[in-house]
Design a protein around this ligand. Structure first.
Ligand code: ADP
Ligand code: MG
Ligand code: MG
Ligand code: MG
Ligand code: MG
Length: 433
């Protein structure tokens, strides 16, 4: 903890601070502030022009101030003279409603008012590519079933262990690293924790992984589906709810060891899955991971329908252990703060309205999914996801009108830009019309 950042700079040898915030599209924006100026910045925040980033602002708006949260301070493991700080956004003396970290803190507060704390862990899959991002970085990584490939993992030992060593030193409790199901794809797991801490760690993990990969002449990407024939990069989230030290989703007497409260939370995700999809799967490319045809490894490992199950990885929600569940929908493009906020919004709605998740399905969805009657499908593209997001009264209530309007406005601009883009596929298939 470093409540006085100027003192922290002296004590720890920090020369510069990165005052950083994450905008609506998940881009991390920062100012690099010398330690000599940090006291003032801690009081008033670092100034930005909000319109210059993905926030719903105009060039004529007053300055945006990013006030660093001293509890988030991390010295960059690969450059310890720099201290990274997650910041909350203020404008005209008020917190910006639609800023992702502010929004998540509001939802955490809502749950906190009822004595609840959501804890979560994220599995941030990523590819290591050549510096230009065009191909996976390891030309020898060609197996049809590359998951857990020992040889390919060890060829990236220097990169993976530099990141893992950093997480060990930061006290995150990393416990395993592996080669994932796509050629060139990896995953590194660390311990779950309170939603805000996980969101800050998730944000920092992306920054750190990209930075360390660059140091090694490579590029790390969390893009959901960078290669059409390979398994995409998900960002599964595991979720539990706590009151003090009591795990509220745990119940020995419940189905699979999950309590009625847990099933209501799951019911909230089932009920609101199509509406939150724009937050958990926020890019045009996201929809090439879900609903995808089988990959060369034999399975996409991504959901295509709104269903839940026990320890079975073909559904949107999996209950691997008593007392928690895994939400397999989110992907690598999910904004770390909006991902947690979406979980809380849907989960709180589920609890408040005792949403019934329906029957658990114990089938292989990839083979037998078509046999499920009236099975709710996930949105097929970003446009459909945005329509469901905008139409959701639950999200307006849980997240606030300002956020819903801002997010759908900017994302619709992105969709329109994509729709105006002329692709080679169209020429190939339409020239002869
Ligand atoms: P898998 O690949 O089987 O889905 P991983 O081991 O890769 O699982 O990731 C599991 C994630 O779930 C980790 O971040 C872990 O800390 C987290 N986790 C474990 N137990 C809980 C829990 N009770 N509540 C929230 N997250 C949890
Ligand atoms: Mg200037
Ligand atoms: Mg995993
Ligand atoms: Mg994985
Ligand atoms: Mg998983």
């Amino acid at each position: 903890m470093a409540s006085d950042l100027a003192k922290a700079a002296k004590d720890r040898g920090i020369k510069y601070f990165l005052i950083s915030y994450t905008d609506l599209f998940g881009s991390q924006r920062a100012k690099l502030v010398p330690a000599a100026a940090i006291a003032g910045m801690q009081r008033s925040g670092a100034g930005f022009a909000g319109f210059a980033t993905w926030l719903d602002m105009s060039p004529s708006d007053s300055d945006l101030f990013a006030k660093p949260d001293p509890e988030s301070l991390i010295q960059l493991p690969w450059k310890p003279e720099v201290g990274w700080l997650a910041a909350d956004l203020w404008m005209d003396g008020k917190e910006v409603d639609h800023a992702p970290r502010n929004l998540l803190k509001r939802l955490i507060g809502k749950a906190g008012d009822r004595g609840w704390e959501m804890k979560s862990g994220v599995e941030c899959e990523f590819f290591l590519t050549t510096a230009d991002g065009q191909a996976i970085s390891d030309a020898s990584d060609t197996q049809e079933k590359p998951c857990y490939d020992q040889q390919a993992l060890m060829r990236r030992y220097d990169v993976i262990t530099e990141i893992c060593d950093a997480m060990l030193a930061l006290g995150w409790g990393p416990y395993q690293n592996d080669h994932e199901d796509a050629n060139g794809q990896f995953e590194m797991n660390w311990n779950f924790g309170p939603a805000l801490r996980t969101a800050d760690q998730h944000t920092f993990f992306k920054f750190m992984t990209k930075s360390i990969a660059e140091k090694h002449g490579l590029r790390a990407t969390f893009m959901p589906k960078p290669f059409m024939n390979l398994t995409g990069s998900g960002c599964h989230a595991h979720v539990s709810l706590w009151k003090d030290d009591k795990a509220l989703f745990e119940d020995d007497g419940g189905e699979l060891g999950v309590s009625a409260l847990g099933y209501s939370f799951i019911g909230g995700l089932i009920h609101n899955a199509d509406a939150i999809c724009a937050m958990t799967n926020p890019t045009v490319n996201s929809y090439k991971r879900i609903n995808a045809p089988r990959t060369t490894s034999g399975a996409t490992w991504a959901p295509n329908s709104v269903t839940y199950t026990g320890n079975n990885r073909t559904h949107m929600i999996r209950i691997p252990d008593p007392g928690r569940f895994e939400f397999r929908l989110p992907d690598g493009a999910a904004n770390p703060y909006l991902l947690q906020a979406a979980l809380l919004a849907a989960g709180l709605d589920g609890i408040d309205n005792k949403r019934d998740p329906g029957e658990r399905l114990d089938i292989n969805m990839y083979v037998d999914g078509h046999t499920v009657k009236d099975c709710k499908k996930l949105p097929l593209n970003l446009f459909d996801a945005l329509k469901a997001f905008e139409a959701s009264t639950v999200l307006k209530e849980q997240l606030g009108e300002e956020f819903v309007t801002a997010f759908s406005k900017l994302k619709t601009v992105e969709w329109n830009a994509y729709a105006r883009h002329l692709t080679q596929w169209e020429r190939d298939n339409t020239l002869d019309c």
